[in-house]
Design a protein around this ligand. Structure first.
Ligand code: GDP
Length: 443
């Protein structure tokens, strides 16, 4: 996950402060020196770092802080607020035109993830009950049109294309008309990228801009490229007046400098963050939540939102009923694992739980997707009968399941033991609560 280095360095600085009943000016100076180094190492723009540290220091050495009961905590709070401010303060929402369709123009250099992000954005809008239209206006990169069409098919969003022989401006114009005629409320135009910024590219983008008069011009930049991403944003913004930036590849081990500098340097808010290659790996960017994640304070709000939009509540209720009545089977167990997986990679989820980001670095708590895979393999090797009535799984069956799943007898035994234990606890719970008790208490 991005920011790992920065996050653990900052948390170390603060764990020193947190314990102190009194904080001296020297303590603050020392802490700020370390914060400064941590930010520079995370590839944050040096001017941004300088200003940031000066601001925090000014507030932190104030009398109220020094005299408070928990000066360390107050300083962490100041840093949290300033980090949030640095990334834009509050969430910058996507525009919505009062006269639909809302026109979104996507721009970016080749490889930044522009086409993928275009598809992801359509998916996100679709989840909010919008009817987006995608327009394929990248006629230069081989296969860009096809790529968009495949994405569109995958999420069932129509893609407007005129092939690669019509000019991008004309494609954009006709695409917009098509959206109007077919009552789409959003049009997302995937424009061409280049390997580097050049005059031709800018000229074409300007022409498209003046033709479709977009409500949003979103620049897609690759967070892994650090300060380069910020420079790219600055150049595009000078010529095209961006309305927002989308940071991609935040799932990688980027040091995070781009996320922390882009707003301060360009004045453009980050509107979305992409955290993976999958179609639903795009999130609205919330500065305050990102700051909490960096400081290891978790991001429960995003986690809850993810759960709400991905978990089928009817199924969850049915699951709860089964647990209460001790009818839970291995089939249900598999389904639960599937639901959890829908929320995204485990280690990303861990980062959202306060304190977990740091805990996860300790060896014993390594979140292991592989382990989950092995458990699934074991359950898949059971017959339907075995899944539904785990009690019949005797020694011979266990040996067969281990062989079938490519695991060991010990692993199969362990899983079944854990499963029995789980059922026993569930049963105790439901007995404790009585036949009708705890109706609304989801487990
Ligand atoms: P474009 O040239 O800007 O249109 O770039 P593409 O959309 O084709 O993306 C380039 C590569 O980056 C593809 O392999 C994508 O799967 C990958 N990619 C895009 N966004 C992300 C992201 O958020 N995380 C990761 N890990 N990969 C991404």
């Amino acid at each position: 996950m991005a920011f790992e280095g920065l996050s653990s360095r900052l948390q170390n600085v603060f764990s020193k402060l947190r314990g102190k009943g009194k904080v001296s000016e020297e303590d603050v100076t020392e802490a700020m020196r370390e914060v400064r180094l941590a930010l520079l190492e995370a590839d944050v723009n040096f001017k941004v770092v300088k200003e940031f540290v000066a601001k925090v220091k000014e507030k932190a050495v104030g009398k109220e802080v020094m005299d408070s009961f928990t000066p360390g905590m107050v300083i962490i709070d100041i840093v949290n607020k300033e980090l949030t401010e640095l990334m834009g303060g509050t969430q910058s929402k996507l525009a919505k035109s009062s006269k639909p369709p809302t026109v979104i123009m996507m721009a970016g250099l080749q490889g930044a993830g522009k086409t993928t992000t275009t598809g992801k954005l359509a998916k996100l809008l679709q989840k909010q009950n919008s009817r987006p239209l995608l327009v394929a206006a990248d006629i230069y990169r081989p296969a860009a049109i096809k790529q968009l069409q495949v994405l569109g098919e995958q999420i069932k969003v129509p893609v407007f294309s005129l092939g690669d022989q019509t000019s991008p401006v004309e494609i954009a114009r006709q695409g917009l008309q098509h959206a109007k005629d077919n009552h789409h409320d959003y049009v997302i135009i995937d424009t061409a990228g280049r390997l580097h910024i050049d005059a031709d590219l800018m000229e074409e983008l300007k022409q498209i801009h003046s033709e479709v008069k977009p409500d949003e011009v979103l620049l897609v930049v690759d967070a892994m490229t650090g300060q380069d991403a910020v420079n790219v944003a600055e150049s595009f913004n000078a010529q095209l007046t961006l309305t927002g930036v989308v940071l991609t590849k935040l799932d990688g081990d980027t040091r995070g400098g781009a996320a922390l500098s882009v707003k301060a340097v360009t004045g453009c808010p980050i509107k979305f963050a992409a955290l993976g290659e999958k179609i639903d790996a795009l999130e609205p960017f919330h500065p305050e939540r990102m700051a909490s994640r960096i400081l290891g304070m978790g991001d429960m709000l995003s986690l809850i939102e993810k759960a709400q939009s991905n978990i089928d509540t009817e199924k969850a209720k049915e699951m709860e009923r089964k647990m209460r009545n001790a009818e839970f089977t291995f089939e249900d167990f598999l389904e639960q694992m599937d639901q959890v997986k829908k929320l995204g990679p485990l280690d990303q989820l861990m980062d959202m739980i306060p304190g977990m980001g740091k805990m996860k670095q300790t060896k014993d708590l390594k979140v292991d997707e592989k382990q989950m895979g092995r458990i699934e393999a074991i359950v898949h090797s059971m017959t339907t009968e075995e899944k539904q009535q785990p009690d019949i799984i005797n020694h011979n069956r266990r040996k067969r399941i281990a062989a079938g799943s490519g695991t060991s007898l010990a692993e199969v035994n362990r899983l079944i033991k854990q499963f029995d234990e789980m059922r026993r606890v569930m049963k105790q719970f439901s007995d404790m609560m009585g036949p009708k008790g705890g109706k609304n208490k989801a487990m």
